[in-house]
Design a protein around this ligand. Sequence first.
Ligand code: HEM
Length: 353
Amino acid sequence: MRDTELALTVLRDPAFHGGMSTFFGDMLPSRTAQVALGRAVRNLMRAHLPAYRQCAAEKAAGLGPVSRWPDAGPVLVYRCTADVLLHPGAPPPLRQQLAQAVAAGLTARQPSMRQRARAEVLRPRLLAAITGEVRSRRTRGPGNEEPRDVMDAVIGTVPGELTDRTVADLYLLLFQSIVGNIGYAVAWALLLACLHHPSGPTWPWPADWVVREAARHRPFVWMVGRPAPHPLEFGGRPFAAGTILSVSPYLLHHDPHRWDRPKLFRPERWDEPGGQGPYLPFSTGPFTCAGAAVAHSLTTEALTALARDARLTVGGGDARPLVSGSVLPRPFTLRRTPLKTPSATLTKGGERT
Ligand code: HEM
């Protein structure tokens, strides 16, 4: 759907919102099970926010003066979520494999064949190792304690009849949503803010606006699609059952009739009353991303940590998207120079300290 009105009609239609979420494919047997899993993982990630905030500050400082992006995005997010993704007492080889997979780019569909091959070659061995850990935890049975990590949350929430392999697939799907989606969202926010404010020691916008505007200008998920559950008609055009109806957040976010100068990256638009058009970086309706609010916080915290007490400049990058499975930034380098007098620092809420 290119036309905004038609896209919004489709998005508001109950028929488009019936049935199951396509995010989980056919891995779960019911919508109730899908919702329960999304909530369990979202709650765990939300509880991890304070630890993540502290870790992001350390890891941002540890990036060194020059880092290579967008790859550094998922790596940074992984380092700050590793213990909640797989608790520190889990088998070290599996934790190492996860770290390797992130470094190789397995958290998003890579744009070039060579990059994809490098990442995908790790998948079978990684899935076998995750399946082994799932099997051993399920054999031990549930403890009384709260979930120690995302794997416990997945095992504790999904129906018991699922195979270990399906549970492993679900775990990896959520792992990628957390590390990849947030990591690349951080990379976009960083790149766009630096390109549009190359000179000053700090950006003139709150991190919250930067993250919102980056997700408008370059939404990581550029297309959401669902099969028509039965024959439908939209805008006078018939669609057979099973036709994939796709709505593009990217196109909706760039409609000049709905947004003021949509081609411009303008974080200040988030402070303009009525200055926002249809905004769906996390989709919309009943299948909205279960982790939307926490994902926004995790992205904003990472950006805040990177910008704190430092002058940021980028080299070699531009704002053109690389459309693969999602919308990735092109490679760029980040130069992070600590400020001698860290007086005017960007905080998450935008206040200057
Ligand atoms: C910047 C980060 C993220 C972005 C841009 C994003 C985007 C999206 C989008 C667009 C969908 C809808 C997919 C579709 O209908 O085809 C979705 C679904 C989902 N996301 Fe996210 N996501 C992000 C982070 C996360 C995180 C951190 C979690 C877990 C805590 C998460 C969990 C989910 C779940 C469970 C669904 C399926 C919801 C349902 O249908 O019940 N996402 N996400």
